[in-house]
Design a protein around this ligand. Structure first.
Ligand code: SAM
Ligand code: SF4
Length: 326
């Protein structure tokens, strides 16, 4: 699958639910969102059919995301179904890790290869404030420990940078990579309909974070761990893990975009932002061939997003990243 800008598309992010057990301040409004109805959401069989069709066209890797993917029942079954598809070489999960510890072994057995955990602070009180669900920190730490114990590799930690909220922890996050094989990725906050003020006032660029880390120690550019999509990676001398930066706002990260997104209600999106999407669910339910629809979505994949900090311009009406899986 090659788009009109010569980018090879081999990666699909699949949102399995729009719901979440947290309310991260930059992602989801405290009161939640108008949730999709059950009948609107793709079944695991439907997701498997879409992935099988795309795998026949060149898809190699899938990531399960949400909302929080582990709030959907029997996620292990979906992992098992996807791992049986010819051509799919890599299955990963993006999670807040709240429910991960008790599922870790079963997920590994079912064929999950890798896990990304969202964690925006290393301080218990602060995590609970940022995710707006008391007691979360302890569960997330259990999830991370389980991921390490069960042997997922690489484990990536996603940190959304926010000035005045967690920017005093940039150095502490980076220190984690010296002794543990963790890959800490700093992400620039992106504007959506529900976080315009926060994303504008707390924006901090990854260049600033890197400059601060260079004051601590040398940062050597390195090849990232498996699945290094839009991140650029560095390593401290002798460190076992790496430090990555994801710069959707300060540098355009679209040049090497290798992905499509599938929303929980079965719309294929060629870009995280913007209004373009193709309904695969209804044609699939009518028994139609969806391959031409996937080809058409690929054909109209935009060259880049047009997000503007502090504005809804370019977001295509997106209220929260939980709606498209991030
Ligand atoms: N619930 C899972 C999680 O938190 O990892 C998966 C879905 S979440 C939408 C995927 C990723 O998007 C997370 O790493 C989260 O931190 C990130 N994210 C959400 N809203 C964001 C925003 N406005 N700007 C930057 N990253 C954001
Ligand atoms: Fe939920 Fe993930 Fe959004 Fe946080 S970032 S509210 S965990 S979907």
């Amino acid at each position: 699958m090659i788009d009109q800008f010569g980018r090879q598309i081999e990666y699909l992010r699949i949102s399995v639910t729009d719901k979440c057990n947290l309310r991260c301040i930059y992602c989801m409004p405290l009161e939640g969102l108008p949730w999709l109805k059950r009948a609107e959401i793709l079944t695991y069989e439907e997701i498997t059919t879409i992935v099988r069709t795309a795998a026949g066209m060149g898809l190699k890797r899938v990531r399960l995301t949400g909302g929080e993917p582990l709030v959907r029942r029997d996620l292990v079954d979906l992992v098992e179904m996807l791992s049986g598809i010819d051509g799919i070489q890599d299955i990963s999960l993006s999670t807040n890790a709240i429910l991960f510890a008790k599922e870790a072994e079963a997920l590994k057995r079912a064929g999950l290869d890798r896990v990304n955990i969202s964690l925006d602070s290393l301080q218990a009180d602060r995590v609970d404030e940022l995710v707006r669900r008391p007691g979360s920190y302890a569960n997330i730490m259990e999830g991370l420990a389980a991921a390490e114990a069960v042997g997922f590799h690489p484990i990536k930690i996603n940190v959304v940078l926010m000035r005045g909220r967690n920017d005093d922890e940039i150095e502490a996050f980076a220190e984690l990579t010296r002794e543990r094989p963790l890959h800490v990725r700093f992400i620039e906050i992106m504007p959506t309909g529900s976080n315009l003020e926060l994303s504008a006032e707390s924006f901090l660029s990854c260049s600033e974070a890197l400059a601060r880390l260079r004051d601590v120690d040398a940062l050597q550019p390195v090849e990232g761990p498996v699945g290094n999509g839009p991140a650029t990676y560095y390593r401290y001398p002798e460190a076992v893990g790496t430090i990555g930066v994801i710069t959707p706002m300060s540098h355009n990260f679209c040049d090497d975009c290798n992905r499509l997104r599938l929303t929980a209600d079965g719309h294929l999106r060629p870009c995280l932002f913007g209004a373009i999407q193709t309904n695969l669910r209804d044609p699939l339910r009518r028994g139609e061939d969806i391959q031409p629809l996937i080809e058409e979505t690929l054909r109209i994949k935009p060259e880049r997003h047009d997000l503007v900090q502090g504005s809804e311009v370019g977001s295509g009406g997106l209220v929260a990243l939980s709606q498209t899986g991030g």
